[in-house]
Design a binder for this molecule. Structure first.
Ligand SMILES: CC(C)(COP(=O)(O)OP(=O)(O)OC[C@H]1O[C@@H](n2cnc3c(N)ncnc32)[C@H](O)[C@@H]1OP(=O)(O)O)[C@@H](O)C(=O)NCCC(=O)NCCS
Length: 138
């Protein structure tokens, strides 16, 4: 079950983030006032999360997705992508952008399967050693 995360979920989100991105530093994932965040549960356990943040002019950045090891391979990332897109369309977002690193073939495959297309930005918001992808909603 996927639902919008609330401030009460911060501990669970951070615990999952440490597992899914070991050694990484969360970068504003929990800024509730600006971003949107979802959490998934199965059998009473938190099994995954995703987040997006506004950039400019109706463009949102799909900034984070993590699935706990025990729940990987269940198609949860694609469900998070569908949830994000439904929300974005309801809210009138123009476009969702995101990126993966070349070594993350699983995530890249899921994002492309959700209808995103790769593109080469004139100015990257993250650097050029990544695969930039976007999906226009309007
Ligand atoms: C990338 C990630 C979000 C994919 O989520 P997911 O919901 O498991 O995606 P899928 O269900 O499509 O599974 C992807 C692949 O995981 C692999 N997988 C399956 N079971 C697995 C398990 N128990 N443990 C690890 N990987 C497994 C499979 O190869 C599967 O591909 P397949 O369909 O060919 O079997 C997840 O692996 C993850 O959280 N990784 C760490 C954080 C990360 O990389 N986030 C994305 C940053 S861009």
């Amino acid at each position: 079950m996927i639902r919008r995360a609330t401030a009460d979920d911060v501990d669970a989100l951070e615990a999952m983030d440490r597992v899914c991105f070991p050694g990484d530093h969360p970068y504003g994932l929990w800024t509730w006032d600006r971003g949107v965040c979802w959490i998934a549960h199965h059998a009473g356990e938190a099994i995954g999360y995703s987040a997006a943040h506004p950039m400019k002019r109706g463009i949102w950045f799909f900034s984070r997705v993590g699935v706990m090891p025990a729940a990987r391979g269940w198609g949860l990332q694609r469900k998070f992508l569908a949830t994000l897109e439904r929300h974005g369309r309801r809210e009138g977002w123009r476009e969702i952008v995101t990126y993966t690193v070349p070594l993350n073939g699983w995530s890249t495959r899921n994002i492309l399967a959700a209808g995103y297309r790769t593109y080469e930005p004139k100015k990257s918001y993250v650097g050029y050693q990544v695969i930039h992808m976007r999906k226009k909603l309007a």
